[in-house]
Design a protein around this ligand. Structure first.
Ligand SMILES: [Zn+2]
Length: 181
């Protein structure tokens, strides 16, 4: 029965099963689907497994997968959330269909994924002037930090001196005199 189900979904949603996904892209797309349908799935594990798997609030997928498998596993979580259990039956197929149609509508996030794959332009090398300004900025921060420390320690020092004075007065029996003033 499972095999029939898999065969049927592959036939119905051919494009989804032929559109590959991998690693971080799987999570990226998964999060979009989860958010759109408000699916209670908190975790998308991308691991070294051959097949996808659904848990109550998480799914596992192979590192190299496709939209079809992602939709299938998310549909399991969704069905469980909506109806209390999930089986490879018509109802699951309908939910997979809804998720796949959403992917179709978004054109499988092709534009976003292409953009993610583009290498980031290298940062331009800072000019000497910029390096100097950065150094000045850092040194000023350091000075401020040291000044704050000096302030803190001089307060501590004052307090310690004051309590030493009091203690010594007390020791020498001059406490009363000091009080009389
Ligand atoms: Zn399944």
């Amino acid at each position: 029965m499972y095999l029939n189900f898999y065969r049927e979904e592959r036939k119905l949603y051919e494009r989804a099963f032929e559109t590959e996904l991998c690693g971080d892209d799987t999570r990226f797309v998964g999060r979009k689907i989860i958010k759109h349908f408000k699916i209670d799935c908190y975790w998308i594990n991308v691991v070294s497994v051959r097949n996808g798997h659904a848990y109550s609030h998480a799914i596992s997928l192979p590192r190299r997968t496709d939209f079809g498998m992602l939709c299938h596993e998310l549909a399991h979580v969704w069905e469980k959330q909506k109806y209390g259990k999930t089986e490879h039956r018509k109802r699951l197929m309908k939910l997979i269909g809804r998720i796949v149609r959403y992917c179709e509508k978004k054109n499988y996030w092709k534009a976003e994924l292409d953009k993610r794959h583009q290498p980031k332009p290298p940062k331009p090398k800072p000019t000497k002037q910029e390096i100097r300004e950065k150094k000045i900025e850092k040194t000023m921060e350091k000075i401020k930090r040291y000044e704050r420390k000096i302030k803190m320690y001089s307060t501590k020092l004052k307090k310690a001196k004051r309590s030493l004075m009091m203690l010594e007065r007390y020791k020498n029996g001059t406490m009363e005199k000091a009080d009389e003033k």
